[in-house]
Design a protein around this ligand. Structure first.
Ligand code: ADP
Ligand code: ZN
Length: 661
């Protein structure tokens, strides 16, 4: 073999050929790392194949420097999955592969580590709970065919015992000597999941998430790859770890947006999980109380087998909902009188109250009452959020911070007033209203470190009477036995957003948060404030439940010809000038708009026209059939890549986009 075809972590779509320098055919296994010279530096790529001949100019071809591995760092299955993903997401293979590797391996460190024996709890595992009939049916169905590809949509209201179903299925997989992979949406949920799983199984477990240090990540990766780690619990990127003997993939809270990567390689871990299950011929469970419309539609089409849990396990009842119509009601820091009364009642019962507001900081806007100036970000089309402890203005889009001035920078009057309510302001108000009560705020500002977050969650679980204030961090998956009231401060921003997925998201979040109420003996209550008490989406959701709501939403999506009844791709572009974006996209459009089956909308400025100092614009591609969309993109991209790109212009392609901003 004279030449090596190598995928490099560079923003180019092609593979690169290098000359072999004496490696034998045995050494040349696809999936090993190779160090090569590239544009005056050395970089590390992955061997795709060894070839006899090359089409490149042989005089210019450089030899490789060295091979870094004796055995491939990719298992053949993961390798195929990455190749599939590169093709499907139209993303350079070298970058996909590099994404799948721990940092230390990307940097060329050895794929071994000293003292890498996983810890096993040394105690008698708890025995499994006896399942209720619905759980039993789910487990029997799933474990009946563990050696074939079957995606299941396990829909179970919060607290219905989905985790118990996972545990039984994992048990069956472990008995086959195989590994189980569980994806969870938030880092915050990994300790809780780990704790519950390690009570049940005396097997080595591995946790994978973005807050591991590089050595920790490498160590975890090796345990997965060698098959030592039997249960793998991780966030999104864990779907790209090589497992020796994977027997099942479980995606908990599978509707969650965090399974979609939002920068760089824009993959959906949920979709990759289904694909990986198919490649490995193993079951994949998508669990959720509020499945995405895509998943529900897949179940309707019989691509996914639906399984449902309709009762709360362990005898807990479902919470009751109360709408507080806040039109013409005086609000104090965003809270109405009836809400205060409800909070007071539950606290007097020595229970915990969870207030949900998906907006951190003190106030989302700071305006001048004299001239109307509003503190906005110079780099984004956005207002800056006022934070009080410590006091600064913060742009939540580009992360820039600024001092708060005492006078208006425009008219110099000392008349600056915060408008709107964030979690900090809620906290301040409730401290005055309930001075004796312990108040815990959980948002990104109070939980910079994972340790801190874990400590806070433990404190909440101990359960004395407290007010918990949280953003969506607190809404998902957590089990707080003593919370009996969930207070939702604002649902209107979700109801009124122009984003076609906003109502779906609002409903999912609402059901999720509500699910924190009354998880044990005590019945729970949910109070929500709205100025749109008659909004049909809201009333359907509250009266008839998420299934009825999603059925209506599906009808709307069908008539609007939006996913899941069509397939989208978003071609994004950003540059210092909006004109540069628009011109580039107009050119790109000529290569994409040539099949009447694929509608191309735009170029138009993005809903958030400026972000991080760059102007942004986009083209939206919408097609009835996925293959039509991908054919158009594949041929179009070849030409677009060849276009002369203005300096500082960046573009990206988002397949199945979730975030349209
Ligand atoms: P989910 O994952 O759907 O939110 P969990 O599996 O966490 O639900 O179950 C909720 C609660 O009910 C847990 O405390 C769990 O121990 C309990 N539970 C689950 N299944 C059973 C069962 N079959 N019998 C008794 N209790 C159960
Ligand atoms: Zn900004």
């Amino acid at each position: 073999m004279n030449y090596l075809r190598i995928a490099l972590p560079v923003p180019f779509y092609q593979l690169f050929d290098y000359a072999n320098n004496g490696l034998t055919i045995e050494q040349l296994q696809p999936g090993i790392r190779i160090r090569v010279p590239f544009a005056h530096r050395e970089i590390i790529g992955i061997l795709i194949e060894a070839i006899h001949d090359t089409d490149f100019d042989k005089d210019k071809i450089k030899p490789i420097i060295e091979a870094l591995d004796q055995t491939p760092v990719f298992t053949p299955h993961l390798f195929s999955l990455c190749q599939w993903a590169s093709d499907y997401y139209h993303h350079p293979l070298g970058d996909v592969l590099s994404h799948a590797l721990p940092t230390l391996l990307r940097q060329g460190k050895a794929a071994t580590i000293k003292h890498n024996t996983p810890e096993i709890a040394d105690r008698q595992p708890e025995s499994p709970l006896s399942l209720n009939p619905e759980q039993q049916l789910a487990v029997t169905t799933i474990t009946a065919s563990l050696s074939s590809f079957k995606p299941y949509l396990l829909q179970g209201i919060t607290g219905s015992g989905k985790t118990e179903v996972y545990l039984h299925c994992i048990d069956a997989v472990l008995k086959q000597g195989k590994q189980a992979l569980i994806l969870v949406p938030e880092i915050g949920l990994t300790p809780q999941t780990l704790a519950r799983f390690s009570k049940r199984f005396n097997v080595p477990m591995v946790v994978l998430h973005s807050r591991l240090s590089p050595p920790e990540r490498l160590s975890a990766w090796i345990q997965v790859k060698t098959g030592q780690g039997k249960i793998i619990i991780g966030t999104r990127s864990a779907i790209l770890t090589p497992a020796q003997q994977l027997g099942i993939i479980i995606i908990d809270e599978s509707h969650d947006m965090s399974f979609k990567q939002q920068s760089g390689f824009l993959y959906s871990a949920r979709d990759l999980a289904v694909r990986r299950g198919q490649m490995l011929q193993i079951p994949v469970i998508l669990g959720s109380a509020t499945p995405s419309l895509e998943s529900l539609y897949n179940a309707q089409l019989k691509r996914f087998t639906p399984l449902s849990l309709t009762q709360r396990a362990g005898g807990a009842s479902t919470p009751t909902f109360h709408i507080i119509d806040i039109r013409d009601q005086p609000l104090n820091s965003g809270i109405s009188k009836p809400m205060i009364a409800a909070i007071d009642k539950h606290l007097k019962n020595h229970k915990q109250v969870l207030l949900f507001l998906n907006r951190r900081g003190y106030a989302p806007v700071l305006i001048c009452n004299h001239c109307g100036y509003a503190a906005d970000c110079e780099h984004c089309d956005a207002k800056m959020t006022l934070h009080l402890t410590p006091r600064y203005l913060h742009c939540h889009h580009c992360d820039r911070k600024r001092k708060v001035t005492t006078t208006c920078p425009k008219c110099q009057e000392a008349n600056l007033t915060p408008i709107g309510v964030g979690t900090e302001k809620l906290e301040e108000f409730l401290e005055q209203e309930f001075p004796e009560v312990d108040i815990i705020r959980v948002d990104r500002d109070t939980t910079h470190s994972k340790k801190h977050l874990d400590a806070t969650l433990t404190k909440i679980q101990q359960g004395h009477s407290q007010i918990l204030i949280g953003t969506q961090m607190l809404a998902k998956g957590h089990h707080f036995p003593n919370v009996t009231l969930v207070a939702i401060i604002d649902v209107d921003s979700g109801l009124l957003s122009p984003d076609f997925r906003a109502t779906e998201r609002m409903s999912q979040l609402l059901v999720q948060v509500a699910g924190r109420a009354g998880r044990e003996k005590e019945p729970g209550e949910v109070y929500l404030q709205t100025r749109n008490p008659e909004h049909p989406s809201l009333t359907t959701l509250l009266k008839d439940g998420y299934m009825a709501f999603s059925e209506k939403q599906l009808q709307e999506r069908q008539s609007a010809n939006f996913p899941p009844f069509s397939h989208l791709a978003l071609f994004r572009c950003e540059a210092p000038q909006v004109k540069t974006c628009m011109e580039f996209l107009a050119k790109a459009k000529t290569y994409l708009a040539n099949d009447h089956n694929v509608q191309v909308l735009g170029p138009i400025p993005a809903p958030m026209g400026k972000r991080k100092g760059f102007h942004r614009a986009q083209l939206l591609l919408n097609a009835k059939h996925r293959t039509q969309l991908h054919t158009v993109i594949k041929t179009g991209l070849r030409n677009i890549i060849a276009l002369k790109k203005p300096v500082k212009l960046r573009w990206s392609l988002d397949i199945d986009p979730l975030d349209m901003y």
